[in-house]
Write a protein that binds this ligand. Structure first.
Ligand SMILES: Cc1cc2nc3c(=O)[nH]c(=O)nc-3n(C[C@H](O)[C@H](O)[C@H](O)COP(=O)(O)OP(=O)(O)OC[C@H]3O[C@@H](n4cnc5c(N)ncnc54)[C@H](O)[C@@H]3O)c2cc1C
Length: 554
């Protein structure tokens, strides 16, 4: 094992950050240790925020302005309901799809891409059409996307054995056994992708809440992805690495920590097609999914939805038959206001709801706490020029590291029409999957900037020996409660039923609903809640025939 990987693994696994110093007397670059507002979050948890001094009446309230909350507001406004107050704890909307920006480029802080929307993701396509990402009819069998938003070639490459290779599964030198396993895995995934239940619903739908129920999917949801790989005789290192990468990429967890259903979902749910893109192409932007957040916020403003109240956590919630009472702390004014609303859409994590919902059913807090939550760290590295590297595959949008507990990095300036050899920002993704989630959060709270920066730079020096010379800034973003983890058994877990059953004055619209931390999942949770609020229409899956006007997508 190379020394940089050993240092990164040691730092992640043991928390032994004290040994991670800058090497060779290299000058320490400028940078900041940033992240979600832990002080406000802890004050909320500890109940130290002030009681309300004023009372107001509002129509509907949405708590949380991540993709779930913004999608709920979008759906309500689309149906003409704009009397909505959106409250967000952080100082900006977007949740873990928010972004940062500097003089060089905007860049993602978290979520950074969207696969082509799957056949079930009708409302994702409608949203993308409203935001100008999808050009023309969102219901067309082969939708057309604005090419500025489709990832430009090359899409991805892998650093393995001292070289960059095209794609994530380089077959050259893989060996006949590995290639045979990859082909068998692909065939199994293709069969799973095509499976439908008696109502025509796919087993691996995206969003997963629209998937059909089947004994096979229940069995897959009960076992781990790791076990499924072993049961199916998949042990070739390239393939097991690829599956491990997919689980870390989507869930911030290892194959032993997620269900086989979730692990396979990554591969089997993606059936999106486009008139102007290959099915495996993705939609992405310099600022990642922050682009969609920005456009959504603008769209809501243009439709007359009141501005999102940021720095405004809900610190107490009480529900009653006729409505709900929310106490909101307005951080800029350092005071709290009591709002009486007819309906509330809770679009923040379930554990956050359990903290503030004072008349929740007795078992609710324990259920909400039963959701495992993965912690993550992202790093934004501003470079004076594009990284120098060892070919043969050229710099891609997504640059993945084979022998690493981190995923690699995306290039913010990749989508510029002509890549000029100028400054750039790389966003480095590090799911803390090798630590117990609670230990990961403790580490994020305690470890200083240097303790994270040093192993990241050592790791990136492997493919890019000159990187330190090019580096202008290194900013770190901590995500202690980044995303729900779909552990074995989660699909049948009582907490899912409890969240799905919320109705009346309180509806739930966060990706915790499905336990699948993906744009489509958060979006559908928001749309579902909004439609329920408006009267319950259209919350189940459209049949394939209804979706495409009688023609099945290819
Ligand atoms: C590093 C990282 C990379 C990712 N990459 C991708 C990707 O490329 N593609 C993809 O599809 N998905 C990605 N994801 C998954 C991402 O979680 C989902 O796509 C989606 O953004 C989740 O949205 P959400 O609304 O469910 O939750 P969140 O983003 O968690 O939004 C919840 C919001 O509620 C707010 N909130 C919490 N408590 C309160 C309170 N008491 N009062 C008011 N507000 C509150 C939070 O501040 C937050 O803004 C990534 C996630 C991370 C962390």
């Amino acid at each position: 094992m190379n020394p940089a990987r050993r240092a990164l693994l040691a730092a992640a696994a043991s928390g032994c950050f004290a040994s991670c110093e800058f090497r060779d007397g290299a000058p320490q670059p400028a940078g900041a240790l940033l992240g979600t507002d832990m002080a406000l979050g802890h004050a909320l948890r500890d109940g130290t925020l002030p009681a309300p001094t004023e009372e107001r009446r509002i129509g509907a309230a949405i708590v949380g302005a991540g993709i779930g909350g913004l999608s709920a507001a979008w759906q309500l406004a689309r149906q003409g309901e704009t009397d909505v107050a959106v409250f967000e704890l952080e100082d900006a909307a977007g949740g873990n799809a928010r972004h940062g920006e500097n003089a060089v480029s905007p860049y993602p802080l978290g979520a950074h891409y969207l696969p082509l929307p799957a056949s079930e993701a009708v409302s994702v396509r409608e949203l993308l059409a409203d935001l100008g990402v999808l050009a023309g009819d969102p219901h067309a069998p082969l939708p057309r996307y604005d090419e500025r938003h489709l990832v430009h070639a090359p899409q991805e490459r892998l650093y393995k054995d001292g070289l960059w290779h095209d794609g994530l599964l380089p077959r050259a030198g893989a060996g006949a056994r590995a290639i045979a396993q990859i082909e068998r895995f692909d065939a199994l995934v293709a069969a799973l992708k095509a499976r439908r239940d008696g109502d025509g619903r796919r087993l691996f739908a995206s969003p997963s809440l629209l998937a059909g129920r089947h004994a096979d999917s229940d069995a897959l949801a009960a076992t781990s992805m790791d076990q499924w790989m072993r049961d199916n005789g998949f042990d070739a290192p390239l393939l097991t690495w690829h599956v491990d990468y997919a689980c870390r990429d989507d869930f911030g967890a290892r194959p032993a920590q997620v269900s086989a259903w979730a692990g396979l979902h990554y591969f089997a749910c993606r059936d999106g097609v486009a008139a102007d893109a290959d099915p495996h192409n993705v939609l992405t932007w310099p600022e990642g999914n922050g682009h969609l957040v920005r456009r959504l916020v603008g769209w809501l403003r243009d439709r007359g939805v009141p501005p999102i109240r940021t720095g405004a956590p809900c610190i107490r919630l009480a529900t009653a038959r006729g409505g709900a009472v929310l106490d909101i702390y307005h951080a800029a004014e350092r005071r709290s206001v009591r709002y009486r609303a007819a309906r509330v859409i809770w679009a923040a994590p379930a554990f956050a709801l359990a903290r503030v919902w004072e008349n929740a059913p007795p078992a609710f807090a324990a259920l909400a706490r039963s959701i495992d939550v993965s912690p993550w760290l992202t790093a934004n590295l501003t470079l004076a020029s594009l990284p120098e590297d060892a070919g043969p595959a050229p710099l891609a949008w997504d640059n993945v590291l084979f022998d690493s507990p981190a995923l690699g990095y995306v290039v913010a300036t990749h989508q510029r029409m002509r890549v000029a050899p100028g400054p750039t920002v790389l966003t480095y993704y590090w799911p803390l999957a090798d630590l117990d989630p609670a230990a990961g959060r403790a580490r994020l709270a305690a470890a200083p900037w240097q303790a994270w920066a040093a192993p990241i730079l050592d790791e990136l020096a492997r493919p890019h020996p000159g990187l330190r010379r090019q580096l202008q800034r290194l900013d770190l973003w901590r995500w202690p409660h980044a995303m729900p983890r779909p552990v074995p058994g989660f699909r049948a877990a009582p907490v899912r039923a409890a969240l799905a059953a919320l109705d009346g004055p309180l509806l739930f619209a966060h990706s915790d609903l499905s336990g699948m931390p993906l744009f489509e999942e958060a979006h559908w949770a928001g749309v579902r809640a909004a439609r329920r609020l408006l009267g319950g229409a259209g919350v189940s899956a459209p049949t394939p025939a209804a979706r495409t006007g009688g023609r099945r997508p290819r």
